[in-house]
Design a protein around this ligand. Structure first.
Ligand code: GDP
Length: 442
């Protein structure tokens, strides 16, 4: 799946860093070489890799010895920060505003351009925008049919004039119609091409001049690695893009395209496609991507936020409870409340196993937590402090279910979640300890 190979090789690079007190040119040599190899294997282009490694090395060498933070943690943090920089640091790359917004979609054949039009339409519709798609690929009637089909799938109208009118004219009329009808967003699909082709490039320029798109996006296939990045550069040189959509991320275990597009072309990735279904499109968030790549990065951010939000003595007390295996339902509730203080459920995304959750899933989790809270409130003090009582007694679970107006299955689910949280928290506690100077804690 996404980034799997890269994640695995980076994680082994980090392990090769031994537990010296400080990062030095000498002890970083091996790990840096491993990171370099990992990126090259991910199909990131050599100049990009070189710059990346140089930055990591410079930052690592100039680093203050942070009280109690191990070199491993610092090194991973630097690599993580630099990955975010590489992919574009300013966070989510929104579409440009406009009334209407006009999004011109370009791309080579087979990369998933038409699919991306449909997905983008569905994405915008979900955000309560009215959308019109415009079919201008007059060279392939099948392409028009495909867009019309996708349109009816996502319930978005498609403007088309068959194959007898010029693409520029179709685009012009489509946008005019959207303006007249007060439609928020027009997505203009253009002809796919087998390779970079001067005539079709000129056509894109002409459509652009006719309808002044607010965004011109090139759709590229993640599976093509650094080739995708140089395509974005080539198109950008000729038609001035505002960004790219990277498709087929679900099948890309290497990540070279995601890592290279911004650096090679100077243009951001705005969205990623993660499957064939119409809901498989996400805005591109460099930080989240870096987290996915590193896996461990999740834990690092959690560690940082936790340090901000939890006072040292609380941490120590909490760790004692964990070590004594005394984690109970009160702690469970406490943890959730604390998570709220740290930025709410968004924090969940940083927990191991949660990094891939979507907004919709987060909403589901939120509802779930409300249920949990209700059930925990229905427990006796004794039960809250001693979860084993509930785990071993069906009649107690039944009582909690009745008391909170939930089913026994809900209570069983809570038991499962509790056990999981306990395990995760214990893991987090170990990481925090690592941060507090236990170089041998690994
Ligand atoms: P176009 O020629 O660029 O318009 O490409 P299409 O939109 O027709 O897509 C080509 C193929 O790629 C189709 O089989 C799509 O279902 C598939 N596809 C598009 N986007 C994705 C994606 O994000 N993930 C996966 N796995 N397949 C995709």
């Amino acid at each position: 799946a996404m980034f799997d190979t890269l994640s695995a090789s980076l994680s082994s690079a980090f392990k090769s860093l031994n537990a010296d007190a400080k990062l030095t040119a000498e002890n970083m040599k091996g790990p840096l070489r491993d990171v370099r190899r990992a990126l090259l294997e991910a199909d990131v282009s050599l100049p990009v890799v070189r710059r990346f490694i140089k930055k990591v090395e410079e930052r690592a060498l100039g680093l203050e010895v942070l009280e109690g933070v191990t070199p491993q943690v610092q090194f991973v943090k630097i690599v993580s920060d630099e990955l975010v920089q590489l992919m574009g640091a300013e966070g989510s790359k929104d579409l440009n505003p406009g009334q209407p917004q006009v999004i011109l979609m370009a791309g080579l054949q087979g990369v998933g351009k038409t699919t991306a039009c449909g997905k983008l339409a569905a994405f915008l519709k979900k955000r309560r925008k009215s959308v019109l798609m415009v079919a201008t690929d007059v060279y392939r009637p099948a392409a028009i049919d495909q867009l019309v089909k996708l349109g009816s799938k996502v319930d978005v109208p498609v403007f088309e004039l068959g194959t007898a009118v010029s693409p520029v004219e179709i685009a012009r009329q489509g946008v005019a119609k959207a303006k007249a009808e007060g439609i928020d967003v027009v997505i203009v699909d253009t002809a796919g091409r087998l390779q970079v082709d001067e005539n079709l490039m000129a056509e894109l320029q002409n459509i652009k001049a006719a309808v002044h798109p607010t965004d011109t996006l090139l759709v590229v296939d993640a599976m093509t690695g650094q080739e995708a990045a140089s395509l974005v550069k080539t198109f950008n040189d000729q038609v001035d893009l505002s960004g790219a959509i990277l498709t087929k991320m679900d099948g890309d275990s290497r990540g070279g395209a995601a890592l290279s597009v911004r650096e090679v072309s100077g243009k951001p990735i705005k969205f990623v496609g993660t499957g064939e279904k119409m809901d498989a499109l996400e805005p591109f968030y460099p930080e989240r991507m870096a987290q996915r790549i590193l896996g461990m990065g999740d834990m690092l951010t959690l560690y940082e936020k936790a340090q901000e939000a939890i006072k040292e003595d609380e941490v120590a007390a909490f760790q004692k409870r964990l070590e004594a295996d005394a984690f109970d339902f009160n702690d469970f509730l406490d943890q959730f409340k604390r998570m709220n203080n740290m930025g709410g459920l968004q924090m969940l995304k940083l927990m191991p196993g949660f990094s891939g959750v979507s907004e919709k899933q987060l909403y589901e989790v939120e509802k779930k937590l409300k249920r949990y809270e209700g059930m925990i409130t229905s427990m006796t003090e004794e039960e809250r402090a001693n979860p084993q009582l509930l785990i071993s007694s069906p009649s107690r679970r039944r009582r909690v279910a009745e008391g909170s107006g939930r089913s026994e299955q809900d209570v069983a689910e809570l038991m499962g979640a509790f056990t999981q949280m306990k395990a995760q928290t214990s893991q987090m506690s170990k990481i925090m300890k690592l941060g507090q100077g236990g170089a041998d804690a690994e």
